[in-house]
Design a protein around this ligand. Sequence first.
Ligand SMILES: Nc1ncnc2c1ncn2[C@@H]1O[C@H](COP(=O)(O)OP(=O)(O)OP(=O)(O)O)[C@@H](O)[C@H]1O
Ligand SMILES: [Mg+2]
Length: 316
Amino acid sequence: MSISRLVASYNELSKLDLRVLRVIEVLHRDHEYVPVRRIANYMGLEEELVVKSISKMNKLKLLVRRGLDNVRLTFPAYDILAIHTMAKRGVINAISPTPLGVGKESDVYAADSPGGVKYALKFHRLGRVSFRNVRKYRVWIGERRHITWLYEAKISAHMEYLALVKAYRAGIPVPRPKAVTRHLIAMEFINGVELYRFRLSNPRGVFEQVVSTIEGLMRINMVHGDLNEYNILIDPNNEEIRIIDWPQWMYLNVKGSRVILLRDLRNITRYFNNNYNLNIDFDELVSKLSPLMPKVEYPPSKAYGKLIKRITSMIK
Ligand SMILES: Nc1ncnc2c1ncn2[C@@H]1O[C@H](COP(=O)(O)OP(=O)(O)OP(=O)(O)O)[C@@H](O)[C@H]1O
Ligand SMILES: [Mg+2]
């Protein structure tokens, strides 16, 4: 569904409709398809009123029915709930109709705040949290959750938000995180161009910025995990960088992270060598960074157990 259609649907919803959506969201904890009677009971309303609201939202493609008496939310409905929360918190009051980026994993839009500040809104579409282990953890995070796509998109957004908070606090060049709800992040809008689309005048300087960013991340025990020319934005005025796209970040001191860090370094080195003939020696770069490598590595279950607990408590 296009964002204009989505916003149009949102504008058609009454307070009651929005409440019905929220109640369905809550009841999804117990049901994949929520019985209409339960919604009415939960809200203390006549079933007839709820049925009317549901037919309206079904026509708007915000709900899917199973039989006559059971419903579930669609992604657009979830988008609306997230937009509504952002609007109510005063983060945004308008969304630009043209996307900044649309992919299979996320849709990114520019939005305005009531105070005139511009934000980027990133809607997560898939879970991309990279620890292979998440599936293992599903045993205790997810079994009660019936709508896994929704739950995974939510985890993904919260993981990315947490990364932005940690990195931003440490002075790493990332968009300033503003707010998160469900599968949606609001962050500083960056006036930048992806590295792959921009011809640099000072490639060595930019490469050095990237390396010192990686060093900064290593100092706070983080690895980006998908660092490449698509996830580095360049300010065309001064060629300063911002790193975006964090859902797959990892702790550095966990088994398996070293390989991911080397992959990030290799991607970057290859890009600059191929496009700007910088002649960077990969092994030299790795040995330069090796003092920052952690001395002890923990098994993922130990390292991520806490993190996942934190994330799941954020999204209860
Ligand atoms: N804070 C921001 N400010 C401005 N533009 C942004 C911002 N964040 C993301 N974008 C734009 O949206 C695009 C996609 O963002 P991002 O890389 O975070 O998502 P993705 O998961 O790679 O999505 P996709 O599935 O489309 O690859 C970026 O390439 C960039 O053009
Ligand atoms: Mg990306």
